[in-house]
Design a protein around this ligand. Structure first.
Ligand code: DHB
Ligand code: MG
Length: 222
C-alpha cells in the first residue's frame, strides 16, 4: 500500500506543480541533502497544501517553528502578498545557514526573517514586544516542546489565525495511551491542550504519502 501512497504523491507533483516549482523545490532538497540535514521535511504535496492554506486564509504575516532547510518555508512564503512577511525559527545554526542560503538564492531574503535559537526564547520576545500577531502559524519542530509552543503562540494570535501542526498522528501512536515515546507524549499533550483552548476550533487530518502515515491538526481562532 505504501508504494501506492508514494505513486499518488508523484502523480500530484506531476499534475499540479509547474516546472519552476519542481526545480526550486528540488534544489532545496538537494542542498539539504548535501548539507547533511535529516530527510524529515514535509512532502511536496503537503508543502503545496500548506501554500494553499496560507492563501485561503489571506495571510500576510506567517510564523513557522522549525525551519530545517527552508522547504516548507518557501512554499508558504510564496503564498504571501508583496507586503507579507514570514518569521521562521530554527534551533540549529547549521540548518539555519543552509535555509538562509536557499532563501537568498530564491530572492526571498526580504520576505523571510530567520531567527536562530530556542523557539521559546524568540516567541517570548515577540510576546514581550507586543507583536501584533500572526495570521497563520505552522508548528513543525521538536514534538516534546509542542505544548510549550502552543502556550506561547496563543499570545500571538487574533480572530481568524490558523494554526497547523505537523506530525501529530505518528503512525497511529497518537492513540496509544501506554506509549513510552516522549515525542508521542508531546503530541498527545498538545492535542489535550488544543482541546482546552476555548478560543480555538480544531480538527485533525490523517495523511499518507511518500512520508508514510502521519497527520496534522488544523485550528482556527474563533
Ligand atoms: C521528525 C520530525 C518531523 O518534523 C517530521 O516531519 C518527521 C520526523 C523527527 O524528528 O524524527
Ligand atoms: Mg514535521
Amino acid at each position: 500500500m505504501e508504494s501506492k501512497w508514494t505513486e499518488v504523491d508523484a502523480f500530484f507533483e506531476h499534475q499540479f506543480f509547474t516546472d519552476s516549482e519542481n526545480c526550486d523545490m528540488h534544489d532545496i532538497l538537494e542542498s539539504s541533502r548535501s548539507g547533511g540535514l535529516p530527510d524529515i521535511q514535509i512532502s511536496a504535496s503537503q508543502g503545496k497544501m500548506l501554500q494553499l492554506l496560507v492563501r485561503m486564509s489571506s495571510a500576510s504575516r506567517v510564523l513557522e517553528i522549525g525551519t530545517l532547510g527552508g522547504y516548507s518555508t518557501v512554499f508558504m512564503a510564496r503564498a504571501l502578498p508583496d507586503h507579507g512577511t514570514l518569521h521562521t525559527i530554527e534551533l540549529e545554526p547549521e540548518h539555519a545557514r543552509i535555509a538562509q542560503a536557499n532563501f537568498d538564492r530564491l530572492g526571498l531574503q526580504e520576505r523571510i526573517i530567520l531567527h536562530i535559537g530556542d523557539a521559546r526564547h524568540h516567541l517570548q520576545s515577540m510576546v514581550d514586544s507586543n507583536d501584533s500577531g500572526f495570521d497563520f502559524i505552522f508548528i513543525d519542530a521538536d514534538k516534546v516542546s509542542y505544548p510549550d509552543y502552543l502556550k506561547l503562540v496563543r499570545n500571538l494570535t487574533k480572530p481568524g489565525t490558523v494554526i497547523v501542526a505537523d506530525n501529530i498522528v505518528r503512525g497511529g501512536e497518537l492513540v496509544n495511551p501506554a506509549t513510552n515515546d516522549e515525542n508521542v507524549r508531546g503530541v498527545q499533550e498538545f492535542c489535550t491542550a488544543l482541546s482546552q483552548c476555548p478560543e480555538l476550533e480544531t480538527s485533525g487530518i490523517q495523511t499518507v504519502g511518500n512520508k508514510g502515515y502521519d497527520g496534522w491538526t488544523i485550528s482556527v481562532v474563533v
